[in-house]
Each structure stands twice: as C-alpha cells, then as structure tokens.
Design a binder for this molecule. Structure first.
Ligand SMILES: NC(=O)c1ncn([C@@H]2O[C@H](COP(=O)(O)O)[C@@H](O)[C@H]2O)c1NC=O
Length: 196
C-alpha cells in the first residue's frame, strides 16, 4: 500500500517517513538539531514547493522539551508557537488551519505530531477537515489512505530504532525517515535518521 508521507507519535517517542513516487531523490540532513528533507544533489530540478522542509524540530518549554514532526513548512510555526507556550493542540490547529492542505494535484494533506516526555498529539489538515488528537499510544497519520489517526505498533524505544522501523515498514516507496525520543527528568531529546 502507498500512503505517502506519514508521522507516528506517542508519549516520549515519534518519527516521520518520506515515501514518494514522484520525488524519490531526497534525503534527511541534520542542521544544528533540526532535521530537514531536501533533494539530493543529483535530483532533477523541480519548482514543487512542497518537497523541501524541516521535518523535525525541538524546543524547550517550561515543562520540558518537545519535538515536532511533520511533512511540510507547518513544522516551523508549530514549533514557534510551542516555544511561545501555546498548548500542543492549539499550536497544531492554528498552524495547520492557517496553511491548510497543499495546493497540489492531490490536495495533499499536511500531517504533524508533537511529542513530549509523557504526552503526544497527532494532527492532520485535509480538504475535508481538521483533526487534532491527544494520544496515549503510538499513532499514525498519513497523507493518503491512512489519513485519519490510527494506532501503530511501534516496537522501537530509541530514536535510531524508530527511524529504522518507519523506514523499513512495508508501506511502499520508502525514501528516508527520522526518529525522535523525548525523555523525562532531564534526559532530553535524541534524534536520528535513515537515508538509503
Ligand atoms: N512532504 C513531502 O515530502 C512531499 N513530497 C511530495 N509531496 C507532494 O505530494 C505530491 C505527490 O507526491 P508523490 O507522488 O511522491 O506521493 C507531490 O506532487 C507534492 O506536491 C509532498 N508534500 C506532502 O506530503
């Protein structure tokens, strides 16, 4: 099955995978702790505005660090609002509604998640609606097919394991993946990615 891009988030752990039929020549790069998706140097030129973006950012809050994952430019305003103290639900709802689904040939939904040490919130904005949901177990939402949040059996317990597990998942056309853990009690954030 092809589901396009997807996030998985649960309390303390999350991840994101790029699956792509149209733009497979991409990879994740780490820029000072922010993970960015971008075309490889040998990728054909494109003017599609949706294929390069920050897919994972973290921010420290009074109640501890949080991580944001997502499939587009909305990751930035979500992170910034979290840094200003907005609740995760509000940061996601405001940012996703402002940017809305992508204006491409598929009305591609935006998907996102916020991971705290003991909390997680998953969200998507599609042409037909906005969903923002707190979750207490790993939960997936994808751009296509699985476009409503659903439970996901994530076995990994560290960032590298999460990135690997999402990358290796049977959903078709894996391109690259990122994983993140957010620890309680000052353990902080760890992130990892897979490019193959
Ligand atoms: N975030 C991404 O990595 C991303 N990659 C592709 N898209 C959009 O989705 C469309 C379909 O891409 P594909 O055939 O690879 O699933 C692309 O034309 C582009 O507008 C993306 N936008 C949202 O997922």
């Amino acid at each position: 099955m092809y589901v396009g891009r997807f996030v998985v988030v649960g309390p303390g752990i999350g991840g994101y995978r790029v699956s792509s039929r149209s733009f497979p020549n991409r990879r994740v790069a780490d820029r000072d702790g922010t993970l960015t998706v971008a075309p490889t140097p040998d990728a054909p030129p494109t003017d599609n505005p949706y294929v390069s973006y920050n897919c994972l950012r973290t921010v420290d809050r009074a109640d501890g660090p949080v991580a944001v994952v997502g499939n587009g430019s909305h990751v930035d305003p979500v992170t910034e609002k979290l840094g200003l103290g907005y609740p995760a639900r509000d940061a996601l709802a405001l940012s996703l509604l402002a940017l809305d689904f992508e204006k491409d040939d598929y009305d591609t939904p935006r998907v996102a998640g916020v991971v705290g040490a003991e909390t997680a919130t998953v969200a998507t904005v599609r042409r037909d609606g906005l969903v923002v949901r707190e979750v207490d177990e790993p939960t997936l939402v994808a751009t296509y097919e699985a476009d409503d949040p659903e439970p996901f059996a994530l076995d990994a317990d560290d960032a590298a394991g999460a990135a690997r597990e999402l990358y290796d998942h049977e959903f078709e056309h894996a391109v690259c993946a990122a994983g993140v853990t957010v620890g309680a009690g000052g353990e902080g954030v760890d992130s990892a990615f897979v490019n193959e």
